[in-house]
Design a protein. Structure first.
Length: 196
């Protein structure tokens, strides 16, 4: 997937990654994309905006005692929630403690302030978002993104689960949409290889 086509002419690229339901591998894909972007020389930050089922902290072996939820309610600054990783050029904002109202939190003006501040420091902002099927935070977060990736998992994702995303695309409520197939298996000379 060449994201340069989707982010052409943008000074700061904000990439949103979602899925239709849980367990399709969006955090795996978000984390690997963030590492790849940093390796390419672009200063990158990954935000875990899935405050219902956060996974980014464990993927990077970070504590999750303070993060996005703390920032949005005003108990932590941006610097306090930004984690430097072992990958040069890659920082991470974990979700923080799971709040009772994640949908309300991402709609606060503090989210706008965070994204605007991060644009001053980073070339790439990747937002690991909740699945778009059962919850609606991604609809709010899309106002920040100029590229959107929906992760689907081979032999797992139900075709019916994609109906909401198809409708958003058909209604022109989501733009620059790519679908990423995770855990695809191909057979070469009798051997099975797994990707994702």
């Amino acid at each position: 997937m060449n994201l340069q086509y989707f982010t052409l002419g943008k000074e700061n690229n904000v990439i949103g990654i979602t899925s239709s339901v849980m367990s399709e591998g969006k955090t795996f894909c978000s984390s690997n994309l963030a590492v790849s972007m940093a390796h390419s020389g672009r200063k990158t930050i990954l935000i875990d905006a899935d405050m219902r089922r956060p996974r980014v902290a464990s993927a990077f072996k970070l504590k999750n005692d303070k993060g996005l939820s703390n920032y949005l309610i005003g108990t932590c600054s941006m610097d306090e929630i930004t984690n430097v990783t072992v990958t040069k050029g890659l920082d991470v904002i974990t979700s923080g403690p799971i709040p009772p109202n994640p949908l309300d939190l991402v709609g606060l003006p503090k989210m706008d302030q965070l994204i605007d501040s991060l644009k001053l420091k980073y070339d790439i902002i990747i937002i690991d978002s909740p699945p778009i099927g059962p919850v609606s935070e991604y609809i709010i977060l899309m106002k920040y993104t100029n590229a959107n990736i929906c992760v689907v998992r081979s032999n797992y994702t139900n075709r019916n689960h994609l109906e909401k995303i198809n409708k958003l695309y058909d209604d022109k409520k989501i733009k620059n949409l790519s679908v990423l197939l995770n855990d695809a298996r191909v057979s070469v000379n009798g051997y099975s290889y797994s990707y994702g």
